[in-house]
Ligand binder design. Structure first.
Ligand SMILES: Cc1cc2nc3c(=O)[nH]c(=O)nc-3n(C[C@H](O)[C@H](O)[C@H](O)COP(=O)(O)OP(=O)(O)OC[C@H]3O[C@@H](n4cnc5c(N)ncnc54)[C@H](O)[C@@H]3O)c2cc1C
Length: 511
């Protein structure tokens, strides 16, 4: 099989690219996805998202034990299905703060990755429920819905509690300001999740004769010929074949993309040697710069009256804050809180029955800890080594403690008095810095935003250049969460779509 463009990974970024690049009927595009089309009806139910992890469409990765979180192994779900991780995610649509993208512009030496230049890409992807504006997309493929009366009463009380502590009122996370209280904008339409594939790979797009969506195909490695990637080696139902392409675009995600490069012999020579893979191209930073948002889940309260079940996706409002001054409206945040309509605890604690409990989540928006990931061997079945180095830096530990303290301040504000019976976790006995740190180490879980493992940059160490082309190969690009050099404040899905939209718009003189 030969195509003009072969896209590896039919997840969030891959869905965007398959749709955009196949708009030209003369371009033959293949989208290769390891998983199948989604069939589980629970995927579409927003409130089911925490419960569908570990099913057969989840890669179900695990980190190595993390010294910064009491030696715990963290489960890292990732979608293995058409739509990828957008079929598992929590549907919160938060672009980030404009300053987050200044860091991208600095890293790449080009304004193309600044917020103002990305804004058309954000807008192109979105269909905002409030209608289009200078800041919001009105007719893009992805519905972005700002809920109103559906927001749970305990979450409303938490937003009011924030205001009582001086936190600015925001209304919407996706304007120019991010600090403040707002309900989450959600990628939900008519009560159902809309994945990136639902949004972009519509029936009309799928009917294009120049687009082939090849599901159930596992990509083992790239087929390298000189300074080109001639194609990809795949297996379908155990049978190997080669899919060739003029251009290869890697969209296998922040875990899948660096692992595939390493299996292909592209990476740090020493890492490859240890895994028994011959080095074809030395790119030492493949797999490095791994970072993620860690989330304290959480500061749990027993409720004095029943908490109604969520009508949305449990965690209905994120609150972004300046750690030194929570009343400050401008600038990028340092910490985030969230309110969950039930008990949210890590595996370190005994489960708490839902119905009479709610949770304040807390976390750090710009962690400085950096880890790495590496293949464990040459085969897809070899377990990768994933080390996000959670809480490795003092900055992260101190900021996390501050986030917890702010959660408690909001949790004790008058607006929540009508709900709060007492604090279940960590409990009133936990007061000193050492006690709080010990609690956080046991309570922290992933916020599910790993990024950075094929970072873009203008420096010689960067894995991809500012045009997202892999240094050292003529026709291979990486376009997914792995190219993010530094994590934005919020959840990263909106940014991943904007990266893919930007890349597609720049696809000019290629086949
Ligand atoms: C549980 C969870 C909750 C989240 N909540 C939110 C949220 O509320 N808001 C938000 O903004 N973000 C959220 N995220 C993060 C967001 O979903 C991801 O950052 C985003 O989807 C990543 O997009 P991607 O294109 O980089 O990768 P993915 O969407 O993961 O796509 C990668 C695709 O490549 C395929 N693939 C990988 N390796 C191979 C191979 N060897 N052969 C063939 N195919 C392969 C995979 O099967 C997958 O379909 C969440 C993620 C998870 C898992």
């Amino acid at each position: 099989m030969r195509f003009d463009v072969v896209i590896i990974g039919g997840g969030s970024a891959g869905s965007v690219l398959a749709a955009r690049l196949s708009e030209n009927p003369d371009r033959r595009v293949a989208l290769i996805e390891a998983g199948l089309e989604p069939t589980d009806p629970d995927i579409a139910q927003p409130s089911m998202w925490p419960f569908i992890q570990g099913r057969d469409y989840d890669w179900a990765y695990e980190t190595v034990p993390q010294g910064g979180t009491a030696g715990r192994v963290h489960a890292w779900p990732r979608g293995r299905v058409v739509g990828g991780s957008s079929c598992l995610h929590a549907m919160a649509h938060v672009r980030g703060h404009p300053d987050d993208f200044e860091a991208w512009a600095e890293a790449t030496g080009t304004r193309n990755w600044s917020y103002d230049r990305l804004l058309p890409a954000f807008r192109r992807s979105e269909r905002f429920s409030g209608g289009g504006s200078e800041l919001h997309g009105g007719d893009g493929p992805l519905p972005v819905w700002l809920p109103g009366e559906e927001v749970n009463p305990v979450v409303r009380a938490y937003m009011e509690a924030g205001l009582q502590r001086g936190v600015p009122s925001l209304g919407d996370h996706n304007g120019r300001r991010l600090n403040g209280t707002a309900p989450n904008a959600l990628t939900i339409r008519d009560g159902r999740r809309v994945s990136a594939a639902d949004a972009y790979l519509t029936a009309a797009v799928r009917a294009r004769p120049n687009l082939a969506i090849l599901t159930g195909l596992l990509v083992h490695r790239l087929v390298l010929e000189g300074d080109r990637a001639a194609g990809v080696a795949v297996t379908r139902a155990g049978v190997g074949e080669i899919v060739s392409g003029g251009e290869i675009v890697l969209c296998a995600g922040a875990i899948g993309s660096p692992l595939l490069l390493q299996r292909s012999g592209i990476g740090d020579p020493e890492t490859l040697r240890r895994a028994g893979v011959a080095c074809r191209l030395a790119v030492p930073e493949v797999g490095r710069n791994l970072h993620d948002h860690l989330l304290g889940a959480g500061n749990v309260y027993r409720s004095s009256r029943p908490v109604p079940p969520t009508r949305l996706q449990h965690s209905e409002s994120l609150m972004y804050l300046n750690a030194a001054d929570v009343t400050r409206p401008d600038g990028a945040p340092d910490i985030v809180l969230g309110c969950v309509t039930g008990p949210s605890v890590s595996e370190s604690f005994a489960p708490i029955a839902p119905g009479f409990a709610y949770t304040l989540l807390f976390g750090v928006t710009h962690p400085t800890s950096r880890g790495f990931l590496a293949i464990g061997g040459p085969e897809l079945s070899d377990r990768p080594l994933i080390d996000p180095a959670y809480m490795r830096t003092e900055h992260d530990r101190l900021t996390f403690r501050r986030a917890f303290e702010v959660a408690r301040e909001v949790g004790s504000a008058p607006a929540l008095e009508g709900w709060k019976a007492d604090e279940l976790l960590p409990g009133p006995g936990v007061r000193t810095a050492a006690e709080i740190d010990a609690f956080i180490a046991k309570a922290a879980i992933t916020h599910h935003h790993p990024v950075g493992t094929c970072r873009m940059g203008a420096d010689t160490g960067a894995v991809v250049d500012p045009g997202l082309k892999l240094s050292g190969l003529d026709n291979l690009s990486v376009v997914d969460a792995s190219v993010i050099p530094t994590i934005p404040s919020g959840p990263v899905h909106a940014a991943v779509l904007a990266i893919a939209e930007t890349f597609a718009a720049g696809w000019t003189d290629r086949p």
